[in-house]
Design a protein around this ligand. Structure first.
Ligand code: NAG
Ligand code: NAG
Ligand code: NAG
Ligand code: ZN
Ligand code: ZN
Length: 309
C-alpha cells in the first residue's frame, strides 16, 4: 500500500516543490555543457544565518527535495531569508555527510552538496535514514556498531517467499547500459538470498529499468546533466530510472558515471534499502565522476537485517 508511493515524499508535495520554482523562473540553457543544476550552491559560499542572497531560495528547494527541510509557511519556503529552519537543515545535512555542523555554507559543504547524487531523499517523514537510530542495530549495545544502512519508512520489502525477482529493460535503455546492470544484479544475487532473472522487454517483470530525461511522469523529474543521476522506488514498486542526460560510461572514465556503480545503488533501493552514511557503502547518496563502487558489507548487512536472514 504505502510501498506504491514514490519513497518518502508524497506525490502532491513533490509536485509542489519541484514545479513551483520552475514556474516563475525559467532557467536559461547553460552555455557550459558541464554545468549542473547544483552549481548555484557555489554562489552561496560563506553564507550563514541572517544572509539574504538571491540563491538562498534555491538552497531551500534543494534541501527540501532531499528531505532536510519542510516549511509550514510556504512564503518562507520560497524566500531568500537564511532563517533558523534553514540553518538547522544545513546542520543536519552536515552531520549526515560527516562535515562539522556549523550551519554555515562552507567549502566542504559546497563540495558535498554539488557532488552528483541519487534523487531519493535522505530524510523521509522526519526519519533521517542516515543517522543510526537506537533499535535499528543489534541488541549488543556494548559493541561498537559501524553499520549505517537504513530502510524506507515502514520497512517496505518483498514478501519472504519472493526471493526470485525478474527484471527487464525498456527499449529506451541503450544497449551499452545493459551488461553493467546485469552485472550489478549478479553481484546482489551472489551476496544476498535474492536471485534475479532477465526477461524480454515486452514481458511482465518485478523490476523495470528505464532511461528518462527531465519530467518523465513519476513526480520526480530529472535535471539535465549532473545533479541527480538516477532514482528508484521502494518495494514492491520495482521502477529504476537512469537520467538519460548524464555522461554514462562502463568503468572508471573521468567526467562520466559508471553505469554498474549506479545500478548497484539503485537495486539496493528496489530491495528496500535507504541511504547509508558510510561513504564507502554503495548506498551512500552521492558519487563523483569516474568513481567506482562495489557492494560493501554495510549494504549486505542491511538486506540481511531487513529480511531477517
Ligand atoms: C552574509 O552576511 C554578512 C554579514 O552578516 C556579509 O558580510 C556577507 O557578505 C554576506 N554573504 C553573502 C554571500 O551575501
Ligand atoms: C507566513 O510568513 C509571512 C512572512 O513572515 C507572514 O506575513 C504570513 O502571515 C505567514 N503566514 C502564515 C499562514 O503564517
Ligand atoms: C566537460 O567535461 C569533460 C569531462 O570532464 C571534459 O572532457 C570537457 O573538456 C569539459 N568541457 C567543457 C566545455 O568544459
Ligand atoms: Zn539512492
Ligand atoms: Zn523516474
Amino acid at each position: 500500500m504505502a510501498s506504491k508511493f514514490f519513497h518518502p515524499i508524497s506525490f502532491k508535495f513533490l509536485i509542489f516543490i519541484l514545479l513551483a520554482p520552475i514556474g516563475h523562473a525559467k532557467r536559461s540553457i547553460p552555455s557550459d555543457i558541464n554545468s549542473s543544476s547544483f552549481d548555484f550552491i557555489k554562489k552561496l559560499k560563506g553564507c550563514h544565518k541572517g544572509n539574504n542572497t538571491n540563491e538562498i531560495h534555491e538552497l531551500k528547494t534543494y534541501l527540501e527535495r532531499f528531505g532536510y527541510l519542510k516549511y509550514q509557511n510556504k512564503t518562507h519556503a520560497t524566500d531568500d531569508d537564511f532563517d533558523d529552519i534553514l540553518e538547522s537543515a544545513i546542520k543536519t545535512y552536515q552531520k549526515n555527510y560527516h562535515i562539522k555542523p556549523s550551519g554555515i555554507v562552507d567549502d566542504e559543504t559546497i563540495s558535498q552538496m554539488t557532488t552528483p547524487r541519487c534523487g531519493v531523499p535522505d530524510i523521509v517523514n522526519g526519519i533521517n535514514y542516515m543517522q543510526p537510530s537506537g533499535d535499528k542495530h543489534s541488541s549488543s549495545s556494548n559493541i561498537h556498531i559501524v553499520s549505517h544502512y537504513s530502510f524506507f519508512p515502514g520497512n517496505p520489502k518483498w514478501p519472504s517467499t519472493k526471493t526470485y525477482l525478474t527484471y527487464r529493460f525498456l527499449s529506451n535503455v541503450p544497449t551499452y547500459a545493459i551488461p553493467p546492470a546485469v552485472s550489478a544484479f549478479q553481484k546482489w544475487d551472489a551476496a544476498t538470498h535474492f536471485s534475479f532473472g532477465q526477461v524480454q522487454t515486452n514481458q511482465i517483470s518485478d523490476l523495470v529499468i528505464a532511461f528518462h530525461s527531465r519530467d518523465h511522469g513519476d513526480g520526480a523529474p530529472f535535471d539535465g546533466r549532473g545533479g541527480i543521476l538516477a532514482h528508484a522506488f521502494s518495494p514492491t514498486n520495482g521502477r529504476f530510472h537512469y537520467d538519460a542526460d548524464e555522461r554514462w560510461a562502463v568503468g572508471s572514465v573521468p567526467g562520466s558515471f559508471d553505469l554498474e556503480t549506479i545500478a548497484i545503488h539503485e537495486i539496493g533501493h528496489l530491495l528496500g534499502l535507504g541511504h547509508s552514511s558510510v561513504p564507502q557503502a554503495s548506498m551512500y547518496p552521492s558519487i563523483g565522476p569516474g568513481e567506482i563502487k562495489n557492494l560493501h558489507p554495510d549494504d549486505i548487512e542491511g538486506i540481511r537485517v531487513l529480511y531477517n536472514r
